[in-house]
Design a protein around this ligand. Sequence first.
Ligand SMILES: [Zn+2]
Length: 472
Amino acid sequence: MNNFDTVIGLEVHTQLKTDSKIFCSCSTQFESPPNTNICPVCCGYPGVLPVFNRKVLSLAIRVSLALNCKINRSIYFERKNYFYPDLPKNYQISQYKLPLGEDGYIELPSGKKVGIERVHMEEDAGKLVHRGDCSLVDFNRTGLPLLEIVSRPDIESPQQAYEYLKYLKLILQYIDASDCDMEKGSLRCDANISLKPAGAGELGTKVELKNMNSFKGVRTALEFEVRRQRKCIERGDKIFQETRLWDVDKLKTSIMRSKEEAHDYRYFPEPDLLDFRVSDDIIEDEKDSLVELPQKKKKRFVEKHGFSEKEADIFVTNPWLADFFEQTLCFHGKCKDVANWLLGPFLEQVNNLEDKFNSVKISPENFSKIIRYFVERKINNIGAKKILALSIVTNEDVDKIIEREKLAQISGTTELEKFAEEVMEENPKPVKQYREGKVQAVMFLVGQIMRKTKGKANPGLAKEILERRLKQ
Ligand SMILES: [Zn+2]
């Protein structure tokens, strides 16, 4: 296993989050009936002229910046020519010689840096739907704005490829550039993989893998390909430069085309679009709008708020939760209290909501009251959880709920003394057991006080009072 190095590079296509297509005003809505979001421009009728969507440029620059790329100011598009039934124009408008972004990198949570070779804009092709022995074509997807993100062959294992994809997706979602929904086709991934003798400088023959439709699928396909190529090399067979398709049912790759059959796309400059230069203003605007990226957030949550790396990861993968945490902290400044309630009861209740975080209505200020009242022993644990359950989807004022539901905790010593006296009289057996040395019997009596007060007693205080009386 260790006598070979695995070398992997990934090509990701992600759909940018725009309302209209890249060169016409057709809608990008996903669930429209087939062939309703089309026009002469995206269907390539003769004589029509494409117009470049400004939003696509903004988002593409934002992604390039987030991936630490150098931005090429000079923009010109080229035609990539080929015939396929899902491509009515017989060419795709793409960037070829000069991509928008170059020479960037992503630093994975493990600390591993993966180089980004290029980031370029292009339009999507249509979609073939195969039904029995006939095929149907839907052009809604032609002309959707895509960004192709090509990594350098820096990835060393299928697992690392999986981590790269997860992290790239997180970045794209952070900066609101793409939905990254693989089921809707707004994120797709092809992989290049080769093996070489451990430590050798020269790369082995690379094989391209296509047709993986999930991140786990990419990992499994790469794992299969590592085994296949290793067996080939060990047998003394040659690895051919070819494109292989992943078969998710058979869990194996099979050859799609060899290098000899590879396309010659005959790129040439797109004559219908003018070249232009990106102004500094546009780049500065995107730099300003760039939010805090996941790695930076993680570092801040560890250093500033004192979370462990694992806890910080919960916030990093859920920016909504991170924002809510920091806003709550403005009202109740004790990090540990807020974290305990947020990562405990709050998350537990959110997980039971049908629409998860989308259903949450409680404001950070109202939430902070629950925490504060609990810390100040105005309400007990049971009461606090009940209040949270009532206010999480309504944001009803916590004070009003406490009053209406009579949830204020009984912390008055006189009142609790009275209940302690009562339960000791009513339960002589545990009283005797306690006095004979079975100290845990006190918990039964605490339970009885909680029952009498319908859960409103302060259990800690009740226990203290009982113990004092039992020792008398
Ligand atoms: Zn159109």
